[in-house]
Design a protein around this ligand. Structure first.
Ligand SMILES: Cc1ncc(COP(=O)(O)O)c(C=O)c1O
Length: 405
């Protein structure tokens, strides 16, 4: 059959590829497979009863707001709630600077649409969230990569890049418990980064879906809060967050706090994308949150995820052969593993799937290639007993591969 549509794909669309994680999700849903692949919350943690009650309230108390077309900026009571919620993190913004999005993923796409032209430089951590790369590739940026260590982004490397004349349209970073490595930008580096942004007029996209999932103490102050403390208003930072990791990703409700000069453009771009985020989901998120569900539910999931993180770290310690290294995150959902140089994580995945255990090979998180011997493990989805079993299976696959090299 002659192709009718595909010869007409735009240059941008030709850059679109399927996400390695979404492809894996299908395999990992087979019974018996232990999955460390997706960034999935534990399904048994979903506050189903509270969300049922909240949906009912939305339909009974505000049926028009829940079912009718709504404002692009979002359901006003939810925005007002989020203004108060963010103030607790010292992110004090007026209501006009807060926009509801269909997950943070949509915010990433909106930012790509607004700020990336063909060949435009974008500064990113190496490694970074692959969903951001997937959102932006159609806009064909040039990724300027910056190294990461256990204290997060190497801000000195960024300083050298900027002093060398690079003018990225923005810097993108996942500032807490990063996806994929689990590392967090250290407080001193945060201060240095905001000061650097101020000196160079740098725009920063701070993606913060995991900050509240802090297992070893209070969370680190967001860059957005430091930006406001330094400038009296949100000036350099566009701040993204979401209900996905705390309540349920199926709601598809996230939010953006943006400098006054950007928020209008974000709203206009969103108008063309989906008019507004689903009204019923927004109203449900609001009625669930307004009577303190986040405060009650967060400690509950923290306890569960902390135990799973500890179970995975203990199992890695116990089973992994010498030469394998991993991060020890203080929160979030991910551990990053580095295999001996001669091993290839994509090949290892085939052997692991035969043993019914899955993970994401690290290559997809490298914007410009590399990382053949790295991989991401999620610890929030599987129960501790499964985590122990899965890591034992994975370690045996790694041993076998080492034996063959
Ligand atoms: C760093 C990061 N940003 C954004 C997202 C997308 O989240 P949402 O479900 O709010 O679209 C994710 C999801 O895993 C993520 O890890």
């Amino acid at each position: 059959m002659p192709a009718i549509w595909s010869p007409s794909l735009s240059h941008g669309a030709q850059q679109i590829t399927s996400s390695a994680i979404r492809d894996l999700l299908e395999i990992t849903q087979q019974p018996g497979t232990i999955s460390f692949a997706g960034g999935l919350p534990a399904p048994e943690c979903f506050p189903t009863e509270e969300l049922t009650a909240a949906t009912e309230r939305a339909l009974v108390e505000t049926p028009l707001a829940a079912l009718q077309y709504g404002p692009t900026e979002g359901f006003r009571p939810l925005r007002e709630f989020l203004v108060r919620h963010m103030a607790r993190l010292d992110i004090n913004v007026p209501l006009e600077q807060l926009l509801i999005t269909s997950g943070s993923q949509q915010a990433l796409d909106l930012l790509g649409k607004l700020f990336i032209d063909d060949g435009a430089p974008i500064a990113v951590e190496e490694t970074t969230y692959l969903g951001a790369l997937q959102a932006w590739r159609p806009y064909q940026p040039r990724f300027l990569t910056l190294p990461l260590d256990e204290d997060g982004l190497d801000v000195n490397a960024l300083a050298r890049m900027l002093e060398g004349g690079a003018k990225p349209r923005f810097l993108y970073l996942v500032s807490c418990f990063q996806n994929p490595t689990g590392v967090t930008l250290a407080p001193a580096r945060r201060e240095a980064l905001v000061a650097l942004a101020s000196r160079h007029g740098l725009a920063i996209v701070e993606d913060d879906p995991y900050g509240e999932l802090s297992y070893d103490g209070p969370r680190t102050a967001p860059l957005a809060a430091l930006d406001i403390a330094m400038h009296g208003e949100l000036r350099h930072v566009v701040y993204l967050s979401t209900f996905s990791k705390l309540l349920a990703p199926g709601l598809r409700v996230g939010w953006v706090a943006a400098p006054a000069e950007v928020v209008g453009k974000l709203v206009q771009a969103k108008q063309g994308m989906d008019l507004h985020t689903g009204s019923l989901a927004q109203a449900t998120a609001y009625y669930a949150s307004c009577d303190g569900l986040l405060d009650r539910h967060t400690p509950h999931i923290l306890a569960i995820y902390r135990a799973r993180r500890d179970a995975m770290l203990a199992a890695l310690e116990r089973h992994m052969p010498p030469g394998v290294r991993w991060t020890k995150p203080g929160g979030g959902m991910f551990i990053w593993l580095t295999l001996p140089e001669q091993l290839n994580a994509a090949q290892l995945l085939r052997a692991a799937l035969e043993r019914q255990v899955a993970f994401v090979p690290g290559e997809s998180f490298f914007p410009n290639g590399g990382g053949h011997n790295t991989m991401r493990l999620n610890f929030s989805h599987a129960a501790p007993a499964q985590i122990q079993e899965g890591i034992a299976r994975l370690a045996s696959a790694i041993r076998e591969m080492i034996g063959k090299t």
